[in-house]
Design a protein around this ligand. Structure first.
Ligand SMILES: Cc1ncc(COP(=O)(O)O)c(C=O)c1O
Length: 358
């Protein structure tokens, strides 16, 4: 068959670069904001035991009722206010499938999590980009003006923000929500890193407001391999997401794994506290080096070598078997690198390698 006979993907897909997060075989991997430590042994034992009870020849519980009920208890909301999916990425995809799409817009404030605009592209939702200030803070008045001008169906606010690590002041979300509400639209607060920061917008979720908050098991719960995330939102939002999710999208294993994990909240909080302490130690280490860094409320830190040579520094770190995320070629992030907080030994190795490189 000649090339000319091949059907091209629709333009918005064919022109996409796709999402790339390169992995290399190195000793110290600090590039994808995962937890450096596994979940508790007790959880792993319980999951193994629960596997024996799964009816593998049957479809799983389509509504993931037990998982949602456990999440609802955990977040202190009603089970009907919880939606779960294969990672919070799938949560966001379902949100845009239901509330975005052709003829509708989504708004995000750049630089932010690349998947917000990527998923908008996949769902044929027109993406509108608001700009942050040079120091990556968000000007509330400008953000509100963007909402008024573009009337987005979905407005994304990522806090703590990836890749900057910065936390939005809680009143900013509430001010934005007031304006989003009037459109009408939906405000999605992406809290993939929410537990690393004392304030959460989950407590503000209410049937009378179009506020939805997405969270994940991939970071604080040490379960990136399980691919599980969820949304807390008014019941009318959740009901629409239930329609666009494919039937039985959440397999039986993941439903059990996610439900059992929630009993280990104290262990999760202890891991978070250790990572926050390590983050502060990393920040102090970076302070003594010729780099600029941004204040982080997450499990990673964005920094820029004073030389501006992000690519060169990244490569020389790789040469020393340390992998961080190279953001230098990303729009608005020239020369920047992002390091995930690892174990104390990994953080020491990173700081020693960076000191040598710089
Ligand atoms: C801000 C943000 N949101 C969502 C996600 C997606 O997480 P997952 O699909 O693993 O739940 C990530 C992953 O890195 C993220 O950084």
């Amino acid at each position: 068959m000649s090339n000319s006979a091949r059907l091209a993907a629709r333009d918005s897909v064919a022109l996409m670069a796709g999402y790339h997060s390169p992995q290399l075989d190195v000793a110290v991997r600090l590039n994808t904001n995962e937890s450096p430590t596994p979940p508790p042994e007790g959880w792993a034992d319980e999951v193994r035991a629960a596997l024996a009870d799964i009816d593998w020849h049957r479809y799983p519980d389509r509504g993931a009722h037990e998982l949602r009920a456990a999440l609802a208890r955990h977040e202190r909301v009603a089970p009907e206010q919880v939606f779960a999916a294969n990672g919070s990425n799938e949560v966001l995809q379902c949100l845009l499938l239901a509330f975005g799409g052709p003829g509708r817009k989504a708004l995000a404030f750049e630089p932010t999590y690349a998947l917000h605009s990527h998923i908008a592209g996949l769902t044929a939702t027109e993406m509108v980009s608001g700009e942050r200030n040079g120091d990556f803070t968000l000007d509330a008045d400008q953000a509100i003006a963007m909402v008024g001008r573009h009337r987005p169906a979905v407005t994304f606010l990522c806090s703590p923000n990836n890749p900057t690590g910065m936390v939005e002041p809680p009143d900013l979300a509430m001010r934005l929500l007031e304006h989003v509400s009037a459109l009408p639209g939906i405000l999605l607060v992406d809290e993939a890193y929410g537990q690393f920061n004392p304030h959460s917008a989950v407590g503000e979720v209410d049937e009378s407001r179009p506020l939805a908050v997405s969270r994940t098991y991939s970071k604080t719960w040490s379960m990136a391999a399980a691919r599980l995330g969820y949304l807390v939102a008014p019941t009318w939002v959740v009901a629409e997401l239930d329609k666009v999710a494919l039937p039985y999208h959440l397999d039986a294993f993941k439903q059990v794994a996610g439900r059992l994990a929630l009993a280990y909240e104290d262990d999760m909080k202890a891991r978070v506290a250790e990572l926050v302490a390590e983050r502060e130690r990393l920040a102090a280490g970076l302070d003594s080096l010729p780099v600029r860094q941004w204040p982080s409320g997450a499990n990673f830190i964005l920094f820029r070598p004073d030389s501006g040579d992000g690519d060169g520094v990244w490569q020389r770190l790789v040469d020393r078997s340390v992998l961080v995320r190279n953001c230098s070629s990303w729009p608005r992030l020239a020369g920047c690198l992002r390091v995930t907080v690892g174990t104390p030994a990994e953080n020491d190795a990173f700081l020693a390698a960076l000191r040598e490189v710089l």
